[in-house]
Each structure stands twice: as C-alpha cells, then as structure tokens.
Design a protein around this ligand. Sequence first.
Ligand code: SF4
Length: 745
Amino acid sequence: MTITGRQAGAVLEKLADQYRAELRDEELGEPDTSYSREPFDQFLGETEPAPLSVVNLAAIPVHDWGDLRVSKLSKFADVRWDWRQEGSPIYKDDTFHNWNVNLEKDLPLLVDEHAPLVTLLRALLFYCTPQNAVFLKVRSFNSTAGAGEVMTMLGRFLIYHGIYVDKHCVGNFKTAVDLTPETFHAYFEGLKSVGEKIRFMRHVRHWWQLSQAKLLPAEFQLGYEVFDREEIAKVYKECDDSKTPYQPISLETLSSMVSHCLKVIEDYAEDILFAYDLFWPALTGAGKKAGVKFDWHTALLQLEQRKSSLWDMEEFLDPHHHMPWRAAKNLRQEIMRHPGWKESPFHRTPTALYRTPLETVKYIASEFGIDVKKSNRAILYDVKKVRIAVMNMTTMMRDACTVIIFLVTGMRRSELANLEAGKYRQTPGGHRLRFKVFKFSDGSQGDEQDIPIPLVAFKALCCMERLSAHARRVGETNYLFAGATLIFGKQISLGSINGFLTRFCEDLGLEELIHPHQFRKTLAMFFIYQDTASLPLIKRLFSHKSLKMSLAYVTKLPGMAQEVKLALLEQNMELMSELLEAAANGTIGGSAGLRIKEQVRSGKYAAVLNDDGWETLEQYVDSMLEEGVMLLHRASMGVICTKTLSVDETAPCDPPYAPKIKRLHPNVQNCDPLECKWAVFTENSVSKLQNNIKAHQIWRDHPYASDRQKRFSEKTISSCLARLRELGVVDGSDQAAFSTVERTA
Ligand code: SF4
C-alpha cells in the first residue's frame, strides 16, 4: 500500500471528524429536557414566597427615599452605593456601584432631567440587595453590583424612548404606561449577546414582579408582563447552547472559584453542617414527615452558643420582636400562669387573650416582668432572617462541593445528579470514587467507573453525604445531591445544576458564567496543553503509584480519550501525515521508522485491506493514539521524534550531567538522532544526511584532524549511510553515497 501525503491527511481529517462527532455527541447528546420539565420558578429563583420583611418603597414618599440606608456606608441618594463593609466573610464582596456613569457617549445618567429615571433605577437596584431581594436570589453584594450594570442598560433603553425623562424639570414625565411589550421585545432583539439578553429580560421581569407586589409607587410600576417564565427559560437554554463547543474555564475564574470552594470546604463546612442540622426542619417544612420536633428557641440558643465567623447574631435581631405563632401561644400561656394575672387590670378570658393583638400581649408580658426575648429566642431574633442565612450557607456549601467534584473528575451533569452516597472510599493509596457513566451516545450507559480522587474531593463528597442525610432519609433515596432545601428529598435536575452554577458565579462576582461541561474541557486542557513535565504533579495530586498510572487515569476519564486524541491529532496532523506516507511508501528509516514500517506492512495493518486500505490505516492511527498517546516532535536532521509521554527510557538527548534522570519528553535541542531508537527518518532527512556525510568527510580528511575526530567522523558517516540505505537512497558503498552528495563551495 502506498499513499500520498494528501491521502494520509485525508485519513487524519476523517479520524479527527470522527472524534469531533463523538465529542459533540457527548456534549449535546445528553438529553436535557430539564428546561421544559424543570419548575421554572426554581430555575429563575422564584420558588419561595417573599421570605423577608422588606422596606416597602411604595409606602414611603419618594422624596424621603434619599435617606434610606442601602449599606453601612451609603444612603439611597448617594452617588456611590458602597458595600465594602458588608457581606459574608467568605464571599469577599467588597464592592460598590457608582451611579455617575454615561448611558451613552456624552450622555451622563446624573443630570436633572433624568431625575425620575435615576429614582426608578435606584429603586430597582434597592430590591437587588441581599436584605431586600424579594424575588431574586441574591446572596452577596457581588450579585447586586452585577445588577447595577444592568441598570445602565435598562436606563439606556428608557432614555431612548424618552421614558422617565423630565425634560423641563417640572415633575412631568412619561412612564412605563407609554411603552408596550413590543418596544421591550424590539430592544431585546437588538442586544448583541445572549448574556445581555438574559440580564435585560430578568430585570424587566423583576420590575414587573415588584410592581405586581405593589412595592413601587404607581408612577414607577410596570403594569404588564413583558417576558414570561417560558421565554426566560428558553433564552437560558439558548445561552447554554451558544456556549458549545464549550471552552475551558479561564485561569482567572478558576482561581477565584477554587480558592472560594476550598475555603468553604476546609474552613466552614463544620459550621454550615452544624447550622443545617439545627434548622433543616424549618428550611424544608419536612420535620413533621420525618417525625422530628422543631423548636425555634432551642435551635437559636444553640446557634447563639456556637461561635462562628459565618454568622453574627446581632444581624438577626428583630427590633419589632415579631414572633412565630407557637412563641406567641407560649407567651400567652405564660401570662395566664403568672400569679398576679387574675387580679391584674389586664385580666380577661383565655379566648379574649388569644384575640388580643400581639403588641398588647407583649405589653402585658412586660408589665408582669416577663422577658419575652429571653424566654424565647424566636422573639429576640427575626427567624426569617435566620432561615435565609442558613439556606444561603447550605446552598453555598453544596455549590462549592459541586465545583470541586466537577473539577477533579470532569464528570457529566447526569453523573453528578446520579452520584450515590457511600460510593467513595479511602484506600491505602488515597481515595477513590465509584460512579455510573451516563453516556447517551453509546452502550456504556450505566457502566461503573472507579477513579482515584484527591483528598479535597473526598472531603466534598463527605460534606454532601452529611448535608443530604435528612433529605435522603425522608425522600427514601440514596442520591448524594438529593435536594436539602427546596424540592426536599428529590433528585436534583440537570437544569438546576446549570442554574445554581450561574448564580454561584454571580455571587462570586465572576464575569464568566460557567456551564458544567466546561469543567471537563478544563481538565482536558490541563492534561493536554500543560507542559508534560506537569505529569509528576498530577501523579502526586492523584496519589498515583507511577506516571504511567497518571497517564492512564487522564485518558480513562470519561470523555477524555476523545479530547486527548483529537487534540493530539490536530496538533500532530502534519508530522503524522508525513510519517504515515513515509511508512506506506517505504522511505522510512531509523529504529522507530523501521518498527513502524514493519507494523504497517504486517498482516495486522496491511494484508487484508478493507475499503481500499483506508479502514486499516484509520485503525492504525487510532491504535497509536489509543496506546501511545503519541506526541510527535520535529527534531534534528528533520527526523520525527516519537518519544512519548508514556516512555520513560533514556535517550541520547538526555542531559549528560544527570544520566539517571529519566526525562518524560525529548530534549529536542540536544537531539542526536542517528542511532536513537525513537527517531524516524523520512525523505525530509535525506539532504541533511547527505550534507552531514559531506561535512564529516571533509573533517575526516583534513590534515589537522585528530584521531579522535577522524573516528567520530567515520562513525557518523557510517550511521548516515545506514539511514540513507534504509530510506532507499543508496544501496552500495560509501562511494555511491558520496556521489549523491551535493558539493558546496
Ligand atoms: S535524540 Fe531525543 S529528540 Fe532526538 S530523536 Fe531521540 S529521543 Fe527524540
């Protein structure tokens, strides 16, 4: 069989297409119906009814809004909303929003005629702060700052239509009533990126929700629904689809994510699990079903007693001393038990006391010297705030565990959703995880993989096991990611995973919003594109016994083989094509070249050629990539060096000063290929071999040449001739060879 370089190239292209198709299949083939079956509320963060007692701007005259606090440092009317003294110790949300911006070039936002617009935008952002976010899940001020940028976009749209612009500064301006849903849609369609579209529609919907809840005065309300849930979910899906082919996560994003996740798992997991164990019945409403009695007072007392930098009990204080119904009942009973009750001027029948307003009951209690706050912590603290705080911490820990597990295993969403408790273990060599493969493009669906994992992933899995323990018991399931807060006890859906990763990125103030599949890409990127010298690091990280094991691990990760093969093929297309052509037409030399020639000519690869030889050739290249993970290098004298990652034998290019060091990859700058077992000589090397012979002939024959030089030149000439013979260029004596050498001046 002989082939041309073009034909070899065609075979390689065909193989590359096949790998690409398999990868595409894997990336897109995961049937994701979750966007349609997912409760949109959860996806959009709307499941829960407004849990906080927020400031109702509609109940306050607009001219008094300016004095409202938006942070410890800033008021509503300030040019800069500064949140740098706020936030959780781990989100590092030391951020701010500056209202002094240009909507367009030479069009500042802060001018007198824009006063109504600025008021509206401030009001919308006010409801995006964690303490006032009624309809959005806002866990950190990073998310608020991100929403601030969207306000500029919304402002641009409204200005463009002359809405909320008080041209003569007399208090006259057009409002949202003067717009139609179509105007919003037209602007939306004109937005360049799908990311901008999502942010715009989310905040328009948020405006509508605030209006529906009458949290804005009439003139600032958006009285019609512009984007419904289905539309938003559809654009979210488009956003995810637009990310294909998925790119690896940038190092900048990765470093923020990983350091945050490690901190959560290493430093805060115990505190979070402690708080969750106290309050899970209150978070989920499933205490009764689980046969667990929940008492706010006891739980709050224990929370108070545990010192953690994650919570500050002062922040939970309720200045209004609201109380849950059970606490109110207990207080009334305590009043009735008081020895002076019957004689007191407040005395009334039990029924009347139960009908007495809570404020009066609290007053009576204080007259009797009953310390309502001490006797019941649920009165001292705002239980809704506590509930939200614990919910946020729990979610944060789940997200951190998810990121770490994705990052070190590169597993698919479906595999994460189907992870089971107890399927990971400590072994003498480290830690391992067993999980089911969920690949839809071939028959490997349901196969089990057993892979080594680093300690931090093991810790993340243990955290998830503890976090989901109640959910698994109540939901009678063994899924590790069974819902621990919302959708309690149910298996997590694929769409939710995308949704919570997006929110996780927003909370961290990251610009990049991550899709789960990007973790696979990132892992592959590290393994493939990193200098191969990093392999020992991988070995150490994964506690492997040998480098070979590390390499096997990399290529055996789900989907990695295709990634690796495709990347190697693409990187080495030219050299591989040259090598194949040389092997097929016999002009190949060197120990490695002769081995390859033998393989190509053996019955295994060439005797029975189906499809005119193409199929066999494809199998050959595929097997090379499969077994050798071949990385080809162009080395000295135009040879193709085939020393691979998996080879740790010595080579002539190894540094002489440390002969015992086994290098993982060739040191091509020091290449001495004539007798190297990894060198492949092709036609490319012919002229270089011939010129080498010529040069050494001159040195050998020079009158001043030492004996040592003469011996060396003789040896080199002999090696060059041997290679030329293998290439079929000479078949006789030195003389025949010399006659082919071009003489230079
Ligand atoms: S000497 Fe080193 S670089 Fe040259 S062919 Fe051999 S292994 Fe490759």
